[in-house]
Design a protein around this ligand. Structure first.
Ligand SMILES: Cc1cc2nc3c(=O)[nH]c(=O)nc-3n(C[C@H](O)[C@H](O)[C@H](O)COP(=O)(O)O)c2cc1C
Length: 245
């Protein structure tokens, strides 16, 4: 059986997102190593908001009462060996689309509250085996400041031990990944190196079950200088706004 990898893309831009520009090379590398891959664009699916009714705990244990695409997506999630969760940074955190999706995993938890050794609390999972995970965030700003809350969120997820997180990508200057006609040769080269590192991460995930430190470092190399990115981004807006500013 080939390794099955599913990436859930939480960008409202769907197929035209920078998240997709990051996911696709990684999945390509995984396919080269023999994996079966799929990218699920959450914006194209009907995933309603959790109602907070707890019916999935008390009335229909393990089943949500909302009839939409979520039950099928949970099946895909559980049948996968690796699951990628991708979101652009929105307001320092994740998109509503992404958060909505993760809230709908409540049926996989059981209701009773337990205490961890470190004093924190948790709900036990209803299933014994959760897929391994990788997390992809990209920001519109340069620098690393905008990932601080997401990193804290991932840290808590890791400590909970519910899932083994094999890779985290925090890609700043995300808009530099988009198509523009006047890309500087350095940027073209850096994007090519980034894409190669993504493919390598996908290959390593399949062949070794982990991603090496070297590959993680290559995934976090700068794409473009902060000042240059600011200048380019601001110039694009100036051109778009033109006289109307
Ligand atoms: C509503 C909204 C909020 C955003 N908030 C942030 C933010 O807090 N920090 C940041 O770096 N970028 C922010 N951005 C920019 C996006 O993260 C950036 O455009 C990203 O590359 C989009 O990725 P995507 O194409 O995968 O959706 C925001 C964009 C939108 C539309």
């Amino acid at each position: 059986m080939p390794v099955r990898i599913t990436a859930f893309n939480g960008s409202p831009r769907g197929r035209n997102s920078n998240s997709h520009r990051i996911i696709e090379p990684l999945l390509q590398g995984a396919r080269e190593a023999g994996a079966q891959t799929e990218e699920v664009f959450l914006i194209e699916r009907d995933v309603k908001q959790c109602r907070g009714c707890f019916a999935c705990w008390g009335v229909t244990p393990g089943q949500c009462v909302i009839k939409d695409d979520m039950a099928g997506l949970i099946d895909i999630y559980l049948e996968s060996d690796y699951v990628g969760l991708a979101t652009p940074v929105y307001g320092m955190l994740m998109t509503g689309l992404f958060k909505n999706f993760t809230d709908r995993f409540l049926p996989l938890a059981t209701p009773h509250i337990h205490r961890n050794d470190d004093g924190s609390f948790y709900h036990e999972g209803r299933v014994r085996h959760f897929p391994k995970q990788f997390f992809i965030a990209n920001s519109g700003f340069p620098g690393g400041h905008n990932f601080e809350l997401l990193k804290a969120y991932q840290e808590i997820a890791k400590q909970s031990g519910a899932s083994d997180i094999v890779l985290e990508i925090y890609r700043n200057c995300g808009e530099a990944l988009g198509e523009t006609s006047d890309r500087h040769p350095d940027l073209i080269r850096n994007i090519a190196a980034f894409n190669e590192a993504l493919k390598q991460a996908g290959r390593e995930m399949v062949t070794t079950g982990a991603v090496s430190r070297d590959t993680v470092d290559r995934l976090h190399m700068p794409l473009i200088g902060d000042e240059e990115y600011m200048t380019l981004a601001n110039r694009e807006w100036d051109e778009m706004l033109g006289e109307s500013q």
